[in-house]
Each structure stands twice: as C-alpha cells, then as structure tokens.
Design a protein around this ligand. Structure first.
Ligand SMILES: [Zn+2]
Length: 309
C-alpha cells in the first residue's frame, strides 16, 4: 500500500514537473492572473434586453481577448460557487441580473456572508445595470444595506426610503465625470438609446456621495427637466477593496458600443486592482450573436397566456 502510494506521488510529481516544463509561461501567468468571477443572476426580461447570460459571456470573452490587457482570467457562473477556496482566489466579482443577484439567488444569506468576507479582504465588486438594484424588502427602513458600502451606491427600485427611476431614453449622453481616473481611459462622451437609471441612492446624507466614492459618469436627464445624474460610480473602501457600479446596458446590443464597453471593462479591471492600460481596455467589436443571446434586437414581452376557461 505504501509502495503504491509513493508510486502515485512520484507519478504526480513527474506529471507536475512535465506540465511546468512544457508550459512555463502559461503556468506563471495562471498563478499571477487576476480572477474575475462573473455571476449571472435570475432575469425575466424579454429577449434583447438584459440578456444577462449572453452579456456575462461577452464580458468574460472581452476580458480574456483584449488587445492590450494581460493577466486577467474570467469565469462565468449561474450558481454561487460552493468551494470557499475558489472564492478566496477571486480578485473581483461581477454581478449581472434582475436586481442584486445575491438577494435573488438560493442561499442568499450564505452568499451575503461570503461576500462580506471577500470584500473584507479587499475583493472588488461590480454591478451592471439592473444588478445595481435593491428593493424595499432587501434594505432596512433607512436604506441601509451592505451593497451601499461595498459599491458606494445602488439603484433603489420600488424602495420607500428613496425613489430611483428607470426609464428608457431615446438618446442619453454619457459624460466622463472623473477624466483623470484610470476608469476613464480610452473612452469619450457617448450617446445611446438605453435605460440609464436616475436618482440612484448614495446614502443618508442628503444623497451625497460618501467618503471614498467617485462619480465616473453623469448624464443630463431626464430630457424634459435635466439634472446632473450619476450613472456610474466607484468606491475605494476602507478595507482596501474597490467597487464599481454602472446602470447600463439595458439593451444587449449596446455592448457593441466601443465607448461603453471600454468603460465597463476598465471598471472591472480597476476593481480587480489590475492596472488599466493607458488607452483603456481595447477589444474588437464583439460578434453579438456568438454569445447566444435570445435576440440581439429587443423583442416585446410575451403576452401572458390567457386564463383557461
Ligand atoms: Zn433594464
């Protein structure tokens, strides 16, 4: 038995050294690569809008196939990983889904506890579009919720303490608000047809940004009564971690906008504490169909089946 065991160990060592001799560079890059965990939460939006799974796959592909970014690995999951060791390796976790996925996924309490441990060690957190959203039942009466601190703000959807607004605008112009910040590299002001949420929630002090929170982009919305609305922001937390929230894209096809895509990729990379390239994270125009969305063009919601007579 002992002999067998030592043989097995010897074989393993042999395999390991063969692997490292064969692929020295990929092994070392694997060890150093920042791990991005992309978590796809539930979504019930019609094809062409939200497209959380296709969006997650597109984001992972862009992170791993950038023209000027190295050392980032991305994994897309639809269930919260059960392996705690795996979570310990994660540099930043990106959420996509209808409202903040940890509140909607099974074992919500466990996920929130593990996220608390991850953020406490400086892990980044990113939410895209509706994943920035928390409902009244998710938050305390005064709006308190860990996400407020992990990410610096949230979209208060159907909340009582604060009313954020979701509306599709035919042409919202998104303006960089922190031009010298690494997240602002390589993209410029752009205009899109989308649903950038407005009147987002940043805390109980008159909705002012808390210490450490920076507005990354603003938009003058709504068109009929324009206010300077913060539509993307980031936080550098006391635990050393970073959070990034951006309230787009609603429409899947907006991933094709270079400025928006670079902005999102920069934010993810920055949250993982990886240096953002000076031209921003550059990626080729994605083949939107390749990530298997329900539809590229938005489709109306299916009518509810008529009640049986
Ligand atoms: Zn939406």
């Amino acid at each position: 038995m002992l002999k067998l065991l030592s043989l097995a160990v010897a074989a393993l060592i042999c395999l390991a050294s063969f692997a490292s001799a064969a692929e020295p560079s990929s092994k070392s890059s694997t060890q150093q690569a920042a791990q991005v965990l992309i978590v796809i939460g539930p979504s019930s939006h019609p094809p062409g809008s939200h497209e959380v799974a296709a969006g997650g796959r597109l984001l992972a592909h862009a992170l791993e196939h950038s023209e000027n970014l190295r050392g980032v690995q991305a994994e897309v999951v639809t269930e919260w990983p059960q392996d705690r060791k795996r979570l310990e390796q994660v540099a930043t976790v990106v959420f996509i889904g209808d409202t903040f996925p940890p509140m909607r996924m099974p074992q919500s309490e466990k996920i929130m506890q593990e996220l608390a441990a991850m953020t406490a060690r400086g892990c980044g957190i990113v939410c895209l579009h509706y994943a920035t959203g928390l409902r009244a039942e998710d938050v305390a009466a005064d709006g308190e919720h860990p996400l407020l601190h992990w990410m610096g703000g949230y979209f208060a959807t159907r909340c009582n303490h604060h009313k954020s607004i979701a509306k599709i605008f035919p042409a919202a112009t998104i303006t960089p608000a922190a031009p010298d910040h690494p997240v602002s590299r390589g993209w410029k002001e752009f205009t899109l047809h989308d649903e950038p949420y407005i009147n987002n929630y940043f805390g109980p002090d008159g909705n002012k940004l808390a210490a450490g929170v920076t507005a990354f982009a603003t938009s003058q919305l709504p068109p009929e009564d324009p206010q300077t609305e913060i539509v993307a922001w980031g936080v550098e937390r006391p635990d050393g971690g970073r959070g990034f929230g951006i309230v787009m894209p609603h429409f899947y096809k907006n991933w094709a906008l270079d400025d928006l895509r670079t902005f999102i990729l920069n934010g993810v990379v920055w949250s993982a504490k990886v240096e953002v390239p000076k031209e921003g994270v550059r990626t080729a125009a994605p083949d939107l169909a390749a990530f298997a969305p329900g539809s590229i063009e938005p489709k109306p919601r299916e009518p509810k089946p008529a009640a049986k007579k």
